[in-house]
Write a protein that binds this ligand. Structure first.
Ligand code: NAI
Length: 332
C-alpha cells in the first residue's frame, strides 16, 4: 500500500535536490505518494510564514517528513526552523551515518561511523540572558530523561546493526555536572549491553583522533552541540557535506534531511549534489520498512559513485544534478 509522506522543498538548492530525489524515488517505484510544500525564507517573503499551516497539518497527519534545507533569515528575531521542528515534534534522536565511498578522493578511506546526536537540549534550548551590556549567559541543559533515551537508542542501534562499539563524547572534565551526568548515564546504560564494547572520549581529543585515526570510531553518542560539530567534521572526512544524510526520530514523528544547508553560493546553478538528501530518503524508506527499495537505490548510487564518471563538482566531477540523477535512474 502506498504511504503518504510530507515533503518540504526548502530554500537555495532545496527545490533542485528535492525534485531530483523525488524523480529517483518514482523511478525506483517507491510505494510512496507525496504532499509537497514550499517552506522557508522564500515562502516567508511570499506569504509571511516560514512554514505554512497546511504544511504543518500535513506533517501532523502523515508523521513522516522528507525535508530540504531552509535558509534561516538572519535578524528578524527568527529561531532556526530546524530547532523549532525538532522541539515541536520531539524529534530527539538525530542519527548521522558517515561512511567513506571508494569514489571520493579523500585521505580517509576507512570512515564508517554513526553519530547519535541528542536533538532537544544542551545549548540549543536557546536560553540566553543579557546580564549587562558586556555580559551574556547561555544555558546548557542536560537531563536524565533526554540523555537516557538517546544513549539507549545508540546501544539498541549498535546491537541491531551488528556494530561493535559505542563511544560517548563529552567534556566532563570541565562541565562536571552537565556532561558529567551524560557520562554517568552512559556508563549505567552500557552495563545493560555487555555484548557491545563501550568507551568515552573528551570532545577535543575526539576531533584530533577523528582526523588521525577515524577507523577506530563506530557508533558515537553525544549531547547536541558536539553532535553538530562532529558531524560536519565527519562529512569533511568522507568528501563533503553533499554526502551526509540524517534522520531525526521521535516517538511519533520522523523527519529525514541532509545535514547540509541551503548552499546559496551554488543555488540555481544545477550543480548541487543530491546524494545526502537521497540517502536521507533511503533512511526514510528503511524506517517505513521498505528495505528492498532502499537497498536498490543505495546500490545504484554506489555504482554511479564507484564508476566515478558522473560526479558533481563538489566531488571533483563535472556532472550536473540532472546528469547525476539520470545516471542513478539508469543504474536502477
Ligand atoms: P551550507 O551547508 O549550505 O554550505 C556550506 C558549503 O557546502 C557551501 O560551499 C555549499 O556550496 C556546499 N554544499 C552544501 N551542500 C551541498 C550540496 N548538496 N552539494 C554541493 N555543495 C554543497 O552551509 P551555510 O552556507 O553555512 O548555510 C547556508 C544556509 O543554510 C544558512 O541560512 C543556514 O542557516 C542554513 N542551514 C540550514 C540547514 C537545514 O535546513 N538543515 C542546516 C545548515 C544550515
Amino acid at each position: 500500500m502506498e504511504r503518504v509522506i510530507t515533503v518540504f522543498k526548502g530554500d537555495g538548492i532545496g527545490p533542485e535536490i528535492t525534485d531530483c530525489v523525488l524523480d529517483i524515488l518514482r523511478a525506483a517505484k517507491a510505494p510512496l505518494s507525496f504532499e509537497i510544500f514550499d517552506v522557508g525564507e522564500a515562502e516567508w517573503r511570499r506569504n509571511g510564514a516560514l512554514i505554512p499551516d497546511a504544511a504543518y497539518a500535513s506533517f501532523d497527519r502523515n508523521r513522516v517528513l522528507l525535508k530540504s534545507p531552509i535558509t534561516t533569515p538572519i535578524g528578524h528575531g527568527f529561531r532556526s526552523l530546524n530547532v523549532t521542528l525538532r522541539k515541536k515534534y520531539d524529534l530527539y534522536a538525530n542519527i548521522r551515518p558517515a561512511r567513506s565511498s571508494r569514489a571520493v578522493r579523500t585521505p580517509f578511506p576507512q570512515v564508517d561511523m554513526v553519530i547519535f546526536r541528542e536533538n532537544t537540549e544542551d545549548l540549543y534550548v536557546g536560553e540566553e540572558e543579557q546580564i549587562d551590556a558586556d555580559t551574556v549567559h547561555a544555558k546548557k541543559i542536560i537531563t536524565r530523561g533526554a540523555s537516557s533515551r538517546i544513549i539507549r537508542d545508540a546501544f539498541a542501534y549498535a546491537r541491531a546493526h551488528g556494530r561493535k562499539k559505542v563511544t560517548c563524547i563529552h567534556k566532563a572534565n570541565i562541565l562536571k555536572l552537565s556532561d558529567g551526568l551524560f557520562l554517568d548515564i552512559f556508563n549505567q546504560i552500557a552495563a545493560e549491553y555487555p555484548d557491545i564494547e563501550h568507551d568515552d572520549k573528551i570532545i577535543d581529543n575526539t576531533c584530533m583522533q577523528m582526523v588521525m585515526n577515524p577507523g577506530q570510531f563506530d557508533v558515537m553518542v553525544m549531547p547536541n552541540l558536539y553532535g553538530d560539530l562532529l558531524s560536519d567534521l565527519a562529512s569533511g572526512l568522507i568528501g563533503g557535506l553533499g554526502l551526509l544524510p540524517s534522520s531525526n526520530l521521535g516517538t511519533d514523528y520522523a523527519m529525514f534531511e541532509a545535514v547540509h544547508g541551503s548552499a546559496p553560493d551554488i543555488a540555481g546553478k544545477g550543480i548541487a549534489n543530491p546524494t545526502a538528501l537521497l540517502w536521507s530518503a533511503c533512511m526514510m524508506l528503511e524506517y517505513l520498512g521498505e528495505m528492498d527499495c532502499a537497498a536498490n537505490i543505495r546500490r545504484a548510487v554506489d555504482q554511479v559513485l564507484n564508476q566515478g564518471v558522473c560526479l558533481t563538482p563538489d566531488l571533483h566531477g563535472a556532472a550536473t544534478t540532472a546528469e547525476y540523477r539520470d545516471a542513478i535512474i539508469a543504474a536502477l
